[in-house]
Design a protein around this ligand. Structure first.
Ligand SMILES: C[S@@+](CC[C@H](N)C(=O)[O-])C[C@H]1O[C@@H](n2cnc3c(N)ncnc32)[C@H](O)[C@@H]1O
Length: 195
């Protein structure tokens, strides 16, 4: 097995990556993370999905590629210039709604127990507002994060925050969790009981 080989990519994959490079957006997720997201999305037929930090829509495209026709995705970003790329390539898909709003505000306004899968890829919902983000998951719901192994684009002072986050997630008895030293470093956290 060669787990670096990714044979199927979403339809908008190449176009999104081309525009991402033109824009110089360096926080894009990697294809292995995308492939993982597609599998998670496919495990939630009719699911309610949330992406915190749309960026240019790389992860969004992968999530949509795994979702069935009844699933719905909310994707949130504060930066209109990057979300515009995602909207251009994925906006025709009626299963996704893009929100140009602060992730913290979105999390605080969303009903608890609403989501089956959260890809937390922005500061709020990961390094802040973690309790509130986890409260949005229904039992069996998956909280997914990446970038847990050192990354070249980490800002100064970021490294010590990562083990604190991991430890915080691992000590929660109402969740099952697993760390994967694969791709950019992943963690899956699944709600066992209602919040
Ligand atoms: C790591 S990137 C997202 C990458 C994207 N998920 C992907 O798969 O390529 C983080 C994104 O979070 C956005 N962001 C930063 N602060 C935010 C906030 N307070 N609320 C929502 N999004 C925020 C940034 O604009 C950036 O696009």
């Amino acid at each position: 097995m060669n787990d670096l080989e990714i044979n199927r990519t979403p339809p908008a994959f190449n176009a999104i990556l081309t525009e991402t490079n033109t824009l110089g957006f360096n926080m894009v997720s990697e294809p292995k993370v995308g492939a993982f997201l597609a599998v998670l999305a496919a495990s939630k037929p009719g699911g309610r999905l949330l992406e915190l930090g749309t960026g240019t829509g790389h992860g969004t495209a992968w999530m949509l590629s795994g979702m069935d026709s009844k699933s719905r995705l909310d994707s949130v970003d504060t930066d209109a210039s990057v979300i515009a790329v995602a909207q251009r390539h994925l906006g025709a898909d009626r299963r996704v709604i893009f929100h140009i709003v602060d992730g913290a505000e979105f999390i605080q306004r969303a009903p608890k127990g609403e989501f089956d899968l959260i890809y937390a890829d922005a500061w709020p919902g990961k390094f802040t507002h973690l309790d509130e983000a986890l409260a949005l998951l229904r039992p069996g719901g998956i909280y997914f994060i990446d970038d847990l192994l050192p990354q070249p684009n980490w800002p100064e002072g970021h490294a010590p925050k990562v083990p604190v986050l991991i430890e915080n997630l691992e000590r929660r008895s109402e969740f099952a969790s697993v760390k994967l030293g694969w791709a950019s470093g992943l963690m899956l956290v699944v709600r066992k009981t209602a919040g």
